[in-house]
Structure formats: structure tokens, C-alpha cells
Design a protein around this ligand. Structure first.
Ligand SMILES: Cc1ncc(COP(=O)(O)O)c(C=O)c1O
Length: 390
């Protein structure tokens, strides 16, 4: 079977994890700060905090940004549910702004309209869909004017570049940027996530939130008389200063992450190569079009999303996906608009309010894209897709 996405694991990754297993630390050892520093350096941010998942990262980012009950977080309906759920975890309200049909990223015009009518929007979370960076320049201007902060959802975008060539994650447009290291992402730690920021107070807050509200190393104590005996610090002492969580990542996971990070640039080149081969193969088809034709050299290409005119091909999407699967090719749909989920329906959201998201969803399909996909395998996917579309 050819899946729609998967991890690439080589002997160096395996050895890196074995080395960790043979060391003194499995959980809170030296590899976590080493991984954090390496990612921070790669993207050009001052600080990085690694956590147990991208979802955990989004949750504590919303809290660190100060989202409170009554505040709203604005994001795209074309994302994984974790982006908007972060607002709900923090007791806030998720809101959505429609996508731009040319990029499937949040539309700055729709953001502007939402900001005009919703003074409670405290966080804007642009999602760099499939790795294509959003129009951050415009979104930052809008956020600044409205007094909102930006938390980028870059779960798909480790290795992506803004239009000035700098790396997504450097937080030049945002307070924080969130990554995911789930196996289908740019690099993997098994499960895992990470937040970058240039703000030291936010960094310290994230360290507390990921571990029960306790940051033993870096915080000044709030009750010094409990921390000291005759002026000498009590070595056992720690303080819980906020209500935090157990969202820690492990050294074992970071051993894998460090080894994967070394291969990120070669991963990105291979993904781009495959994307360009798909683009070329479908260039003459009226029935299948890349969903994001622009920014090919900026995107980390987490996915290869296409729009398929199933109706014109005389097929349903379910038939098309079913036939591909029968012939060994697994495709996926990214994403069902979050507003269509029963939970969000119960909150009163109507997908009709986001017509571009709705029309994209009707035609959306993600074709197989991963580092180990060979040219020959890709050719067979292309041939099969074109044959089924007639
Ligand atoms: C856009 C987006 N945001 C957030 C997440 C959550 O990441 P994780 O699966 O690491 O919790 C995902 C995961 O698929 C995602 O695609």
C-alpha cells in the first residue's frame, strides 16, 4: 500500500534512540534542551519549548498568551480540530475566518472583517496549510491594529519560508509559533510538539505550564522564606506557581527528533521534487488541479492537496478514493471544515458562513507525499489517478 504520508526512519535515527536508551536519562535529560536549542537555531527564534504533542503546544500557547474565558481565538476552518480546540481548553471561544480559495490559508480580508465585528478576539492563529505560509505581513498589521496577538499554527510548516526567505518559527510576525512532530509531519519524534518565541516571559510561562505549573530551575521563588534555611537554598524545594499540566516530552523522543532534524533539508528537497513532478503531470488536466499553486519554493509541502472535479469525472469522491485504495493507493481529505464537526455544530457554527472552505472541501483530496515515495511509485499513482478521471 502507498499511504498518503509517513515518516522516514534510517539507521541513524535508530542508533540515536538506542544511545538514549543506554544513557542515564529516559525522560528529563540533556536531549530535550539540546533538541529545543537545535530547532530554535534552525528557525532563528530565541527560545523553544518542546512538549508532548502539537495539541499540547497549542493549549499552553493559548494560556501563555493570556486567553481567558470571554476571549476569542480566530483561526481557519480548514485545519485540524486541535487549532480551535485550544481556545476551548483555555475557556475561550473559537471563531473562524474563511480561507482564500487560491491558497487555502486564512484570508486576510476575512480576518479584517471578523476583527471589525468581534472586539473580543485576543489571539489570531493562522494555519500554514500544508506548509504554505500565510500572508503574515498583512495579518500582523491587522492584529496589531486590533490589539490581538498571533500564535502561528505551523504544525505543517517546519522548514517553510516566508516570502523574505526567513524561516517560519522565527516569530517575526507572532508571539509564538507551534510545531507538531507527529509521524507524517516534516520531522517526527513519534508524538511531540514545540513552541518557539522571542519573548522571555512567555518562554518562562510555557516552561511552567508544560510541567504542573512548576519550573524548578529558572523561576524566582514567590515564597522565599520556604525556599531558604538561614539564607541557604533548600535543595528539595519547588513551587507550583500556575495551574500547569504534564505535557513534557521525553529524552527518547528528542533523541529521534535531533537525528531527524539533521535530515530536514534533504527531506524538504525531496518533497519539493515530488510536488513539482505532480504539478507537471497534472498541468494539462481540467479535472485535477493543485490546491496551492503558488509559493512552491516557500512551502515545506507537508501534503499534496488537490482539487478534483469529481462531478465532471462522473464519480463521487468516495468511489474515487475507494478505487484508489483497492489498487493500493491511500488518499486522505484535509480537512473536513472544523465548523462541520458535530461538536462545533452544537456551538452554532454554520459552514455556509465560510463558502470558500466549503467549496474547497467538496473537491479536496491529498495524494501520497512522503520522503521515501519513489519516482516509480509516484508515477503509478499519477497514472492511476489520470486513468480513473478518464
Ligand atoms: C494544523 C494542525 N494543528 C495541530 C495539530 C496537532 O498536532 P499533534 O497531532 O502533534 O497534537 C495538527 C496535527 O495533525 C495539525 O495538522
Amino acid at each position: 500500500m502507498i499511504p498518503y504520508g509517513k515518516q522516514q526512519i534510517d539507521e541513524n535515527d535508530i542508533q540515536s534512540v538506542i544511545d538514549c536508551l543506554s544513557s542515564s536519562f529516559l525522560t528529563q535529560g540533556p536531549l530535550i534542551p539540546q533538541f529545543e536549542q537545535s530547532v530554535a537555531e534552525y528557525v532563528g527564534a530565541r527560545f523553544a519549548v518542546a512538549v508532548s504533542s502539537g495539541t499540547a503546544a497549542l493549549h499552553i500557547a493559548a494560556l501563555a498568551a493570556g486567553l481567558k474565558p470571554g476571549d476569542a481565538l480566530l483561526t481557519s476552518p480548514i485545519t485540524f480540530v486541535a487549532t480551535s480546540n485550544a481556545a476551548l481548553y483555555a475557556g475561550g471561544l473559537p471563531l473562524f475566518a474563511d480561507v482564500d480559495p487560491g491558497t487555502i490559508n486564512i484570508s486576510p480580508t476575512a480576518v479584517e472583517n471578523m476583527l471589525e465585528i468581534n472586539p473580543r478576539i485576543k489571539i489570531i492563529s493562522p494555519v500554514h496549510f500544508s506548509g504554505l505560509p500565510c500572508d503574515m505581513h498583512t495579518i500582523k498589521k491587522l492584529a496589531d491594529a486590533a490589539g490581538a496577538v498571533i500564535v502561528e499554527d505551523a504544525a505543517h510548516a517546519l522548514g517553510s519560508r516566508y516570502d523574505d526567505g526567513s524561516a517560519v518559527g522565527n516569530c517575526k510576525y507572532s508571539l509564538m509559533t507551534v510545531f507538531s512532530f507527529h509521524p507524517v509531519k516534516s520531522i517526527t519524534t513519534g508524538e511531540g510538539g514545540l513552541i518557539t518565541t522571542n519573548d522571555e516571559a512567555i518562554y518562562r510561562s510555557l516552561l511552567r505550564l508544560r510541567s504542573h505549573g512548576i519550573n524548578k530551575e529558572a523561576d524566582t521563588f514567590q515564597v522565599p522564606e520556604n525556599a531558604l534555611t538561614k539564607g541557604v537554598s533548600n535543595p528539595w524545594y519547588y513551587e507550583m506557581q500556575d495551574l500547569g499540566f504534564h505535557y513534557r516530552i521525553t529524552d527518547i523522543q528528542c533523541a529521534l527528533g535531533l537525528s531527524q532534524l539533521k535530515k530536514l533539508d534533504s527531506y524538504l528537497s525531496r518533497r519539493l521534487e515530488l510536488v513539482k513532478r505532480y504539478d507537471l503531470a497534472f498541468a494539462d488536466s481540467e479535472l485535477i488541479k493543485p490546491a496551492q499553486a503558488a509559493g512552491r519554493n516557500q512551502s515545506a509541502h507537508h501534503l499534496y492537496p488537490v482539487r478534483v472535479n469529481f462531478e465532471a469525472a462522473g464519480l463521487t469522491r468516495a468511489m474515487f478514493m475507494g478505487e484508489l485504495r483497492r489498487q493500493g493507493v491511500i488518499t486522505q481529505v484535509h480537512y473536513i471544515p472544523v465548523t462541520m464537526q458535530p461538536f462545533y455544530q452544537r456551538l452554532g457554527f454554520l459552514t455556509d458562513d465560510y463558502p470558500h472552505a466549503k467549496s474547497y472541501y467538496a473537491q479536496a483530496l491529498s495524494l501520497p507525499l512522503y520522503v521515501d515515495l519513489t519516482d516509480a511509485q509516484q508515477d503509478s499513482v499519477i497514472a492511476l489517478v489520470l486513468e480513473l478521471l478518464g
